[in-house]
Design a protein around this ligand. Sequence first.
Ligand code: MAN
Length: 357
Amino acid sequence: MNQTATGEIAKRFPENPLVVPSSIRPSRPDMTIECLLNPGVFEFDGKIWMLMRVAERPRQREGFLSFPFYNASGEIEILQFDKTDPDLDLSDPRIVSYQGTDYLTTLSHLRLVCSVDGIHFNEPHDFAPIFGHDKLEAYGIEDCRVAKLEDVYCITYTMVSHFGVGVGLMQTRDWKNFTRHGMILPPHNKDCALFPEKINGKYYTLHRPSSPFLGGNYIWIAESPDLLHWGNHQCIATTRASMWDAARVGAGAAPIKTSAGWLEIYHGADAQHRYCLGALLLDLNDPSHVIARSERPVMIPSADYELTGFFGKVIFTNGHIVEGDRIRMYYGASDEVICGAELSISEVLNTLSTLRT
Ligand code: MAN
């Protein structure tokens, strides 16, 4: 095994970053793309596809901060603030707080790119971007996961608005026509990763409700007869004090079926907002039972493009392709560019510590 002293076992693609904001066209001439983030990944039509999160805002004027949102008629409206306004809190580059109300500094939509070799991605002209259009998506749509269930692609994604952050579901067979099911898990919830097959006749998903008081930012599991109605919620992984995942944890892409159990690569952040990746191993028959968990991360921000950017020290994955023992993982680095890395399933399994229950 090649685990280093830090626990790191991921092999980054030498071509990283694979897709950068300047290589993609903004959705409107008056917008600039600030960040590309956290793609859902799938195979379709003999190619590897990413459904990227594209975060945009208007060109900025010296001394002012402006950002877009969808108004009640579904049109883009721009809010502008004088940066010297004492009521403005800009301490987090992702969020604007003004007189007790939070907004996002960028508006995200989802964009398809595809590749034959999994390294060089292009934007096909005959596939439209996916924009938020519901009032629950007024601040955009983000961080999707793609699972193929019974020949239908199921896209779970984050819906953001002043009502809160929840999980939406849409489905497609051809990536041109979509059925939107609206919000399936209400605020505050995100990081929803469907299992790629039914278990004992039921659908399962990982998700991440958050509680500001009791509880925290923990990974939960739920089951459903139809992907729309979710029940039997159970918390399967909490944060761990003083560890790399002390502040929040959340599922990555769809769990991977292995002979040892369902393997889930998840993100964990510490109090300084450093996002690393680790793994959980869940029982094949009862995935609410956690068999093992990473003590140390399998991937830590260390490359330049992971350390500095729109929001530095972030590795965030929610998409991969599995080929035998190899996980070809795609991830957002520093909330700005899209990168790839390879993990070996057997190596990840070898790093896990069995939980004493
Ligand atoms: C949240 C989300 C992600 C983002 C991370 C790190 O979990 O907004 O999209 O990558 O924070 O900033």
